[in-house]
Design a protein around this ligand. Structure first.
Ligand code: SF4
Ligand code: SF4
Ligand SMILES: [Zn+2]
Length: 481
């Protein structure tokens, strides 16, 4: 219900939790001068406010306008206690999984102050192989195969990681992403090759900036040299790399442009950048006050720090999950190195969980051949002879726009039924920028959570949306972890 509120206009109602005791409370979305805020109050622990959007009401509403109908969840659990206490997934959930995290260990070779999994605390435990087997079987019987994110802790501390990937392949999973700090990839010759040979698809590399100071603050030690060496190892092994910066106010907001430039210089091995603004869960519970890196803020930082080459207008929230969880844009690198946005292609690629799964697998997997250099996206052939036959979808995907290779594309048509083929041809010249704004106990919106498609697997519950699994109250209370 919309209306005037004492501190601003109310533009929506939802539910959230008390950041202290995690009980479910109603919440209002309120417009104030600085942006849109989530306001809520616990009868025991008082009122809380969190910034959720910097910008006007119109920009907030238009970002989330394209919401698709809910999915039916395969083999869902009953909803008994109410969201977020019935995860598994329950019948009230609105999105099938896209990507599922399989945490294989809670050991780690770092102890990052911002770790959501509190890795390295207490007794180290590797999840036994028979438990991983059951988890994978559960996923396959509940809507799988999903894209699997091998996660932790730091998964590479396990020597049997290639065996885990092989087992997943045998069970029918086809896309494996390794969430890693990159240290073992950097230090152990041949390690990247062994993962590739086992069936690893890509490396999701923790990459917070291009200066060691950033790593010292966020990870506890300088690591930029290791990051570069890890990328080089992936290049040799033919593994795609996605750089994953945890954007933290006052630490690396000023490095957004440099991170993007670094990533672009590493194409096609580097497939894209996936920004994750810091969230306050796990080991990082510091009360954040009102300041948050919101979607408009991050898009603005990209625009400012790239001199407008990356523009906020290129991005969409998509609708495979809740649009307020994500932002994404895809680019085509032209021969002259300039980036051409593929705005419509991005929106289409992310319309459902299945399409998001397929798109991520295609875009993030490493180059299968040598860097094509000057080859044209349209035909995967040298551009000297001109681009694309008729009927072939051009990289531009728009009539009347110049093609990457300078040809008039008005004669070309986008054949939407051949999206797969289209994406393969573009593979080595495409670059993806995306981000996910994880929710914590301060800004959790249960409407967003019910549309979550990033799930954690846990033998006790089945599949739990990432933000419910990692939800941590002040004082350390959790619901699932
Ligand atoms: S987050 Fe989804 S699965 Fe969990 S309780 Fe809510 S609706 Fe059910
Ligand atoms: S993990 Fe959190 S931010 Fe991402 S889609 Fe799920 S609920 Fe949204
Ligand atoms: Zn409370």
């Amino acid at each position: 219900m919309a209306g005037e509120y004492r501190h601003g206009k109310i533009i929506g109602m939802t539910e959230s939790v008390c950041p202290v005791c995690l009980r479910v409370v109603s919440a209002k979305k309120v417009v104030r001068e600085q942006g849109i805020f989530l306001e809520k109050a616990c009868p025991e622990h008082g009122a809380y406010t969190a910034l959720i959007w910097e910008g006007a009401e119109e920009s907030y509403c238009s970002w989330g306008a394209d919401l698709q109908p809910a999915d039916r969840i395969p083999a869902a659990k009953p909803a008994d206690r109410g969201c977020p206490l019935d995860c598994g997934l329950c019948v009230e959930h609105e999105r099938k999984g896209c990507c599922v995290l399989l945490e294989v260990t809670n050991r780690c070779n770092l102890r990052c102050p911002v770790c959501f999994a509190r890795a390295g605390e207490g007794e180290g435990r590797d999840v036994p192989m028979d438990e991983l087997t059951l988890q994978m079987d559960h996923l396959m019987s509940h809507g799988g195969p999903f894209n699997l994110q091998i996660s932790g802790g730091e998964p590479t501390v396990r020597d049997d990681l290639p065996e885990i990937i092989r087992m997943g392949r045998e069970k029918g999973f086809s896309f494996f992403q390794l969430n890693t700090n990159g240290i073992r990839l950097a230090e152990e010759p041949g390690y990247a090759e062994s993962l590739k040979a086992a069936g690893l698809s890509c490396v999701f590399l923790q990459f917070d900036g291009v200066k060691d100071e950033v790593y010292t603050i966020l990870r506890g030690r300088p690591l930029f040299r290791e990051k570069c060496a890890a990328i080089e190892a992936c290049k040799k092994a033919g593994l795609g790399v996605i750089l994953v910066p945890v954007l933290t106010p006052g630490v690396n907001e000023d490095q957004v442009g440099e991170i993007l430039d670094f990533a672009l210089s590493g194409m096609p091995v580097v497939r894209g950048v996936h920004f994750q603004p810091v969230s306050y869960f796990g080991r990082c519970l510091e009360a954040p006050g009102n300041y948050r890196l919101t979607i408009p803020k991050i898009l603005g930082l990209m625009e400012e720090q790239t001199g407008g080459r990356i523009s906020a207008g290129h991005f969409t929230g998509g609708n495979a999950t809740n649009p307020y969880c994500t932002f994404q844009a895809n680019y085509l690198r032209r021969e002259d190195g300039a980036l051409m946005p593929m705005v419509h292609g991005t929106a289409r690629a992310y319309a459902t969980s299945e399409q998001a799964r397929e798109f991520v697998a295609r875009q993030w997997t490493g180059a299968e051949t040598e860097d094509p250099g000057n080859s044209c996206c349209c035909a995967g052939e040298e551009t000297a002879g001109g681009c694309a036959e008729e009927e072939t979808a051009c990289c531009c995907a728009e009539e009347n726009e110049p093609c990457c290779c300078g040809e008039d594309t008005s004669r070309m048509q986008l054949d939407t039924s051949s999206l797969d083929e289209f994406m393969v041809k573009l593979h080595n010249n495409t670059f993806a920028i995306s981000g996910m704004l994880f929710q914590d106990a301060w800004n959790l919106d249960l409407e967003r959570l019910r549309r979550c498609y990033i799930l954690e697997t846990d033998s006790r519950y089945g599949m739990v949306p990432f933000c419910a699994y990692n939800l941590t109250g002040m004082g350390g209370r959790t619901l699932y972890r």
